[in-house]
Every structure is written in C-alpha cells, then in structure tokens.
Design a binder for this molecule. Structure first.
Ligand SMILES: Cc1cc2nc3c(=O)[nH]c(=O)nc-3n(C[C@H](O)[C@H](O)[C@H](O)COP(=O)(O)OP(=O)(O)OC[C@H]3O[C@@H](n4cnc5c(N)ncnc54)[C@H](O)[C@@H]3O)c2cc1C
Length: 136
C-alpha cells in the first residue's frame, strides 16, 4: 500500500508484510498474520505474476486459524476484528464452550468458537457466500 492507503501498482507481496484492500474493511487495508494467509496469499501472488493482462482477480479470502490454549481449542473464520457488532450465540462456562458471530454493518464477517470445532464449517459458509455476493 502507498502512504495514502491506495494499492501500490505493480507491487506483489504476500504474508505478514502485505496489506491489501478488502471489501469488508471499507477504506482501510487488511493485514492477516496467519499461516493460512501466508500460504494462500503466496499462491495468489504467484498467480498474479504469471497472469496475462486482464486476467487478474482480487484476493478475497475468508481466512481461518486455530489455536489451542490451556486445553481450549479456538477456531476463527472470517475477520472478526472488522466487526462492529458481536452476537454470543453459545456460551457455556462449565463445558468451556463459546461461539461468537461478528457483523459489520449487519453482514457477517467472522466467527470465533471455543471447543466448538464441529460447528465451524457451517459458520464458514456464510461469510464466504456474502463475500462472493459482493456484500461489504
Ligand atoms: C509466536 C507466534 C505464534 C504464532 N502462532 C500462530 C498460529 O497459531 N496460527 C497461525 O495461523 N499463525 C500464527 N503465527 C503467525 C504466523 O507465524 C505468521 O503469520 C507467518 O509465519 C507469516 O509468514 P511470513 O512468510 O510472512 O513470515 P515468516 O514465517 O516470519 O518468514 C519470514 C522468513 O524470512 C526470514 N528472513 C527475515 N529477514 C531476512 C533477511 N534479511 N534475509 C533473508 N531471510 C530473512 C526469516 O528468517 C523467516 O524465515 C504466529 C506467529 C508468532 C510470532
């Protein structure tokens, strides 16, 4: 990105060093410090370098990550940090389970779960579908 926030022309970058426009982020740029993004964005960067003029497509991932902390398995899809509203759809402190859905201007942009790995696939489809439909 240039200092004014616009994409730098003819520059290809991938992984932690990269920031790029994303429809969910409005005028801001997105940066994702995650392994999955490092892999997917490197593939997109290579495809960009190899593409013929007019064949370029935007990089619009629905990112995900998992982590295990103190016996709790966390999963995230989308970009929860972009949400302006959070809805707790499941919370069980005894079972140590949690599911929170994040919305931005009413559109789902991310989900964070704890010990609810089986549910994440269902949640993942919706931000992907909204992104594909061009809702930002
Ligand atoms: C403590 C920690 C925990 C993390 N846990 C998770 C996690 O659970 N899940 C997840 O999805 N992501 C996690 N991440 C983030 C993830 O590691 C990064 O998003 C990902 O590694 C970024 O890839 P990258 O290629 O940008 O950078 P890196 O993986 O850091 O690779 C950069 C490489 O460049 C090399 N390098 C640096 N300078 C030079 C130089 N001058 N010349 C030559 N080589 C150089 C470095 O040695 C390094 O090998 C974690 C990060 C940290 C720091």
């Amino acid at each position: 990105m240039l200092s004014n926030g616009s994409p730098a022309p003819a520059v290809v970058a991938a992984a932690d060093v990269a920031r790029w426009p994303h429809p969910w982020a409005g005028d801001s740029a997105v940066s994702l410090g995650r392994w999955s993004n490092a892999i997917e964005q490197a593939e997109a960067a290579a495809a960009t370098l190899l593409a013929k003029k007019g064949e370029l497509s935007p990089y619009l991932p629905v990112p995900s990550f998992w982590s295990e902390q103190y016996g709790v398995r966390f999963r995230s899809v989308g970009i929860p940090a972009l949400g302006d509203e959070a809805e707790v759809v499941e919370s069980d402190s005894i079972a140590r389970r949690l599911a929170v859905v994040y919305y931005r201007r009413g559109n789902m942009v991310g989900v964070l779960t704890a010990n609810r790995t089986s549910r994440i696939a269902g949640y993942q489809r919706r931000p992907a579908a909204e992104l594909a439909a061009g809702i930002g």
